[in-house]
Design a protein around this ligand. Structure first.
Ligand code: 5RP
Length: 236
């Protein structure tokens, strides 16, 4: 693949290309969502086309499903696959324990279901995604439409009671309309600045009525493949 890339895209591309090497013939592979994951899908498509790699992909969004089909990857549903050998996906932030914030692209629900149903999850990211503490990137929470304002208020009250920094939240918009996920839900982004109690926050959020899933991935990611704009790649 010969392409002229911006520094950030080069970092994303080299990380995706390296991670694609983890995929072996016959695997059932979870395919993430976002610009880094799109590079991964293209790299896998190239191997399918040029090297006869046979894989079945479970996409985590309608966008990824379309791209995967376009590049020649056989697409199946998670219910067809039941269990996956490997999922490769991007992230908005990762820390030293390989905990993640995901959902900047709005696909956190399918992404978490697919990653959890995999023997291994590999995150692909440019080096700027590494943080000491999660939380500078707004934490996405997928909520059902019914009563979303009440759910938002409940989340904010809970954040106050947990003494979480930041505490403001916003409904994600798509122009002048609320952003709607592939599953027909809304996303509330939590502006927390810094998350101290990642595991507890992830559990508490998911216990609230109206919350479908949150973008904290704790103990799910096994490996991070970090790309740099000069082409260097680190596997951690
Ligand atoms: C989508 C995600 C993405 O993986 C995350 O937003 C990173 O995206 P990008 O690779 O475009 O930076 O979680 O829901």
């Amino acid at each position: 693949m010969t392409v002229e890339l911006s520094p950030i895209d080069r970092a994303k591309f080299v990380s995706a290309k390296r991670a694609a090497e983890f995929v072996e013939d016959g695997m059932r592979v979870g395919l993430g969502t976002g610009s880094t994951a799109a590079w991964l899908v293209r790299c896998l498509g190239e191997r399918v086309r040029d090297n006869g790699l046979r894989i079945r992909g479970v996409p985590t969004s309608a966008r990824t499903a379309k791209l995967a089909r376009d590049v020649g990857i056989e697409v199946i549903t998670l219910d067809d696959a039941r269990w996956l050998d490997l999922t490769i996906d991007g992230a908005d932030e990762f820390d030293q324990e390989l905990n993640l914030i995901k959902g900047g692209g709005g696909a956190l629900l399918q992404e978490k279901i697919v990653a959890t149903a995999s023997d291994q999850m590999i995150v692909i990211a440019d080096a700027a995604k590494e943080v000491e503490s999660l939380g500078a990137f707004p934490l996405p929470v997928e909520v059902i439409k019914f009563g979303w304002r009440t759910t938002q208020a409940l989340i904010e009250e809970t954040l106050i009671s947990m003494d979480v920094m930041g505490r403001t939240s916003t409904l994600r918009m798509n122009g002048d309309q609320p952003y709607v996920t592939d599953e027909g839900n809304y996303i509330i982004d939590l502006h927390l600045n810094r998350i101290e109690n990642t595991r507890q926050l992830a559990l508490v959020l998911n216990q609230m009525p109206g919350v479908v899933e949150n973008g904290l991935f704790v103990d799910i990611c096994d490996v991070v493949v970090i790309g740099n704009s000069d082409g260097r790649v680190e596997v951690r």
